[in-house]
Write a protein that binds this ligand. Structure first.
Ligand code: PLP
Length: 294
């Protein structure tokens, strides 16, 4: 089992919450592990258990050059005694960035493939090529999202949030695996708002529904996606976003990353300003981590 540090819930006392009569809480899940932080810990937990049970020696996964998932998988493999292979989208750029340099120090083997090849990463022919090249491995999909990831995130919601009183839960959404798990773990209770960091991505509603249904056998309707807080698209940022992240750090001593949590918290503040939440509402933000890579 991976090490796990228990995390706490912090109240953000901001003029915005006072003006609109809402309470803002943050579950600081980013502090659950020094390297495998936030949602990545929960997404990997049951994948690692399954790999051990299957007596696998090697983990293989996919990601972009700045992927938190690559970072976390490399660290988790090292902690749990697996070999690891990272299939990285795009050409190798030297010197390696912090994420890839770190992955390498954890023992991860990196293979760079073209964007065209990367698009075919889920096709059988490509997986066969990888099996021929690397031998037996436990495959974790891009972003770590699969049924075992949903299971871990459901456990997070069930076990770590049951003692917290709140009406809304907010989180950033990439592939939707974390959100699907949290929806399942809350079993139809509370309202869940996901802040999509990808532009467009109309497939996400369906994806989240199907991940949740595959895991729980149910279709839940107590959730929705906010699509207007991507700040230009995945890994894009604006001065407004950077200023907001700096402000939250200065005023509340909470560090947010520009790819996921910064966009989500900026979105929540904007929705509060637009009167989306009625007086007396408690909003719980999940800090999903992501600070290792910046
Ligand atoms: C990977 C990541 C997400 C996205 O999680 P999904 O399960 O892909 O939606 C959100 N926040 C942080 C900090 C991440 O690293």
């Amino acid at each position: 089992m991976l090490k796990y540090l228990d995390t706490h819930v912090l109240e953000i006392l901001d003029p915005v919450s006072q003006d609109f009569g809402v309470k803002i809480l943050v579950k600081l899940e980013n502090l659950n592990h020094p390297l495998i932080s936030g949602n990545k810990w929960w997404k990997l937990k049951y994948n690692l258990e399954q790999a051990k049970r299957d007596e696998q020696k090697t983990l293989l996964t996919f990601g972009g050059a700045f992927s938190n998932h690559i970072f976390a998988t490399a660290a988790a493999a090292s902690e749990m005694g697996f070999e690891s292979i990272g299939i990285i989208r795009g050409e190798e750029i030297l010197p390696l960035n912090r994420v890839l340099k770190f992955a390498k120090t954890q023992g991860m083997k990196l293979e760079f493939i073209s964007r065209e090849a990367y698009r075919k990463k889920n096709e059988n022919a490509f997986i066969e090529y990888l099996r021929e090249k690397y031998g037996r491995f436990f495959l974790i999909p891009e972003g770590g999202t699969n049924a075992l990831a949903v299971k871990g995130c459901a456990e997070f919601a069930r076990e770590k949030l049951s003692s917290v009183e709140f009406d809304y839960l907010c989180l950033p959404v990439g592939t939707g695996g974390t959100m699907a798990g949290i929806i399942c773990g809350l079993e139809g209770n509370k309202e869940i708002i996901g802040f999509q960091v990808l532009k467009g991505a109309e497939f996400l509603m369906e994806e989240i529904n199907s991940l949740a249904k595959d895991f729980s056998g149910r279709i839940f309707s107590n959730w929705n996606l906010e699509m207007d807080y991507h700040f230009g698209g995945y890994a894009k940022r604006t001065k407004e976003l950077d200023d907001f992240i700096t402000k939250i750090d200065r005023q509340h001593n909470i560090k947010l990353d520009p790819i996921y949590t910064g966009k989500m918290v900026a979105g929540v503040f904007d929705l509060i300003n637009r009167n989306r939440f009625s007086k007396g509402t408690t909003i719980l933000l999940v800090h999903t981590g992501g600070l290792n890579t910046i």
